[in-house]
Write a protein that binds this ligand. Structure first.
Ligand SMILES: C[S@@+](CC[C@H](N)C(=O)[O-])C[C@H]1O[C@@H](n2cnc3c(N)ncnc32)[C@H](O)[C@@H]1O
Length: 207
């Protein structure tokens, strides 16, 4: 992943270049990408600069790599990349809930986004997303594991210091319950540690 992240971030502003070039060190990208079938049509919710989408083009040969983010700065950073990637489309949105038009995609990913969604809206966010997906669509949702006390603290401190934001990591069991209550079948759940964070990676399919 490192060489691809390096080439993708090369012409971004320094802060994003540093974040993107080192993105593989923190989190679960390797596991998330392992769930994406070759040639799939992929949509990434809260894609930031689009690092996962770019990796999916390179490593999983996805046919479409579309996504959106609420951060205008992150989307702007993605617009300045020096590599031509026809499959890639990243848009800015001001809508805090997931889009309704996800039927053209085989796989929807959401990585390290849920804990950034305002706490009172998290349940509704996940249930709306599950309801929106067409039957057969694969959802890969990964985030900091809220059931892990240590990660609960490190994630909160990290975002308070780096992003000046109060976040709420969720228990994977809570997320699983919301998904199953809203028509999704859980295919697998796994965990990984990176630096000081434990992440869960949930694969689910809309029935
Ligand atoms: C830690 S970053 C992760 C970015 C990217 N998914 C990645 O793994 O590199 C969290 C992202 O979630 C975005 N975000 C926060 N709330 C969101 C929401 N309600 N809908 C979509 N994106 C959101 C933020 O703007 C930020 O870019």
């Amino acid at each position: 992943m490192a060489p691809y992240l390096h080439e993708y971030s090369r012409s971004m502003p320094l802060m994003y270049r540093t974040k993107v070039a080192n993105r593989h060190i923190i989190g679960s990208f390797h596991m998330v990408l392992g769930h994406v079938p070759q040639g799939a049509r992929l949509f990434d919710i809260g894609c930031g600069t689009g690092a996962l989408l770019y990796l999916a083009v390179k490593l999983r040969k996805v046919a479409l790599a579309h996504g959106y983010d609420l951060s205008r700065e992150a989307v702007a950073a993605s617009e300045g990349v020096s590599v031509a990637v026809p499959e890639l489309r990243i848009t800015h949105s001001t809508e805090v809930f997931p889009p309704q038009d996800l039927t053209n995609y085989d796989v929807v990913t959401m990585v390290d986004v849920l804990h950034h969604v305002a706490a009172p809206m998290q349940d509704a966010f996940v249930s709306r997303l599950a309801k929106t997906l067409a039957p057969g669509t694969l959802l890969i949702l990964s985030d900091m594991e809220g059931a892990n006390l240590f990660t609960g603290i490190t994630a909160r401190v990290h975002d308070l210091v780096v992003n000046k934001q109060t976040v709420r990591p969720r228990r994977s069991t809570d997320v699983t319950a919301i998904l199953t209550d809203n028509g999704m079948k859980i295919l697998s759940i796994a965990w990984c540690w990176s630096v000081v964070f434990k992440s869960f990676v949930l694969a689910a399919q809309k029935i």
